[in-house]
Structures are given as C-alpha cells and as structure tokens.
Design a protein around this ligand. Structure first.
Ligand code: PGA
Length: 253
C-alpha cells in the first residue's frame, strides 16, 4: 500500500517564533483531530529544521523534511547544505527539483539526479518534483515533458532505490496562482506518471509509489483532488503556512 502524504513547503517564510507557533498548532490539531493514516511532512527553511524536529519529538505521523540539498558531498561550497548534514540532524525527507529551484537557480536534470542519489545514500527520502509550464501545457506537450523530467532525474536508480522515491506533480501554472489543476487534469497526469514508472520498474513498484499533487491545493479542493485514484496526497505551499488550513488538508483524505 502506498503512503498518503501531505507535505508542507514553507518556502522562504516564517521567522523562528512564527515557525514554532505554526508547528505547535499543527501538532496539537493533529493529536486532537487526526485519526487517519495520512502523514504530514514539514519542510521549513534550514535554520528551523532542528527546533521544529525537537517540537515534533515522538508525535505520530509527523515528519521533518528539507526543501533542498546540495549536489556536492562535502567541502568548500559556501552556503550549501549536504544530504549528509541533513541526515545527521535527523531529517527524513528532502524536496528535490522544485520548479522554483529549476527556474530561479538553474538546477538541471543532471544536477537533480545527483541530488537524488546523495539523498538516498544518506537515508533521506526524496520528494522529487516535476511539472510543466503554462507554455508547455498550452502546446499540449505536458505529458512527454514530465515523463522526460522523471526519466532524467530518476530512471538511473536501481529498483531498490527507486522504491523509496516520492513523486510530486506540480504544474507550474498552478503554483501560488490560486489556479488549481482540475482533479481530472491531476488524475490524468498522475496516471501517466505511474504508467511511466511501471514501464521502467514494473507494475508493483509503480503501484507502491506515492504521487503527490502540488499547486494551489487548499482545504476546499483537497478532498476532490485526493479522491482521485492516482493522487496520493499533496505538496502544499501557501496553505501550509496556516495551521488550520494545513491540518484540514490532511484531514481531507
Ligand atoms: P502553492 O505551492 O500551494 O502555494 O501553490 C505549492 C508548491 O510550490 O509546492
């Protein structure tokens, strides 16, 4: 059975105090209200990781992730954070290849494939992002586009390693825009991605791979999106900064 995952991507938001408050509120609401099997992954900016993890403690179904890791193992790379350092702080997940990293920081498929391998080598679970721009969607080449991102970023992995991957499909035109993909559009792409995984790693692995949807997911549309057979959760930006919204999204399963 594949895991149901709701991952919050705080991006470059939240001071120390705000992050502590948000985490405490999420933990309290989860404890009081959430009995389902969906898990939460909090992905704050790097300095929050240790204190947020301390707050999470032994809480059931709540995990800590990072938003990025370096494509270098260690050494003189000022400002970078390696997968090994993250693992040593108890980080469990890492978002790799978010469209903002691909676009603003020029991260190539080749670089992302290296990051994925380093994350796995250090015991982190990559949440590997893919998704098309509005231009590509309008041209109608979105499906081959995301399949290519998957092939380049992940298909060098052994079956054993691939089995640990979480995929996030995030159409760029839906990120932070308030314009969500319809549940049918999301389902269509998730099913295509799952077929693509099956063609490389077989049906069993594909059936067990969690594929999350990202892009203006909120408490109002989450239930409809998560109700689709190939949508296994969400990668949440804006709505993950509000405890009530984030927990309501988790409860949408
Ligand atoms: P959004 O961001 O929910 O604010 O659209 C999603 C993401 O970028 O992961």
């Amino acid at each position: 059975m594949r895991k149901k995952i709701v991952a919050g991507n705080w991006k470059m938001n939240m001071t120390f105090e705000e992050g502590q408050t948000l985490t405490s509120e999420i933990l309290n609401m989860m404890k009081d209200e959430h009995s389902g099997d969906a898990i939460a992954v909090l992905n704050p900016p790097f300095p929050h990781i240790f204190p947020v993890k301390k707050l999470i403690g032994e809480a059931k179904g709540v995990f800590i992730g990072a938003q990025n890791c370096s494509d270098k193992e260690a050494g003189a790379f000022t400002g970078e954070v390696s997968a090994k350092i993250l693992a040593s702080f108890g980080v469990q997940y890492v978002i790799i290849g978010h469209s903002e990293r691909r676009e603003y920081f020029k991260e190539s498929n080749e670089m992302l494939a290296t990051k994925v391998k380093l994350a796995l080598a250090n015991g982190l679970i990559p949440i590997f992002c893919c998704g098309e721009s509005l231009e590509i969607r309008t041209a109608g080449t979105h499906e081959p586009n995301v399949k290519f991102q998957l092939t380049e970023g992940l298909f060098d992995l052994s079956t054993e390693d691939f089995a640990k991957i979480v995929i996030a499909y995030e159409p760029i035109w839906a990120i932070g825009t308030g314009k969500t993909a319809t549940s049918e559009e999301a389902q269509e792409m998730h099913a295509a991605l799952r077929r693509h995984v099956a063609s490389k790693y077989g049906k069993d692995i594909a059936e067990n791979t969690s594929i999350l949807y990202g892009g203006s997911c909120n408490p109002k549309n989450a239930q409809e999106l998560f109700g689709k057979p190939d949508v296994d959760g969400g990668l949440i930006g804006g709505a993950s900064l509000k405890s009530r919204d984030f927990v309501d999204i988790i409860k949408s399963f």
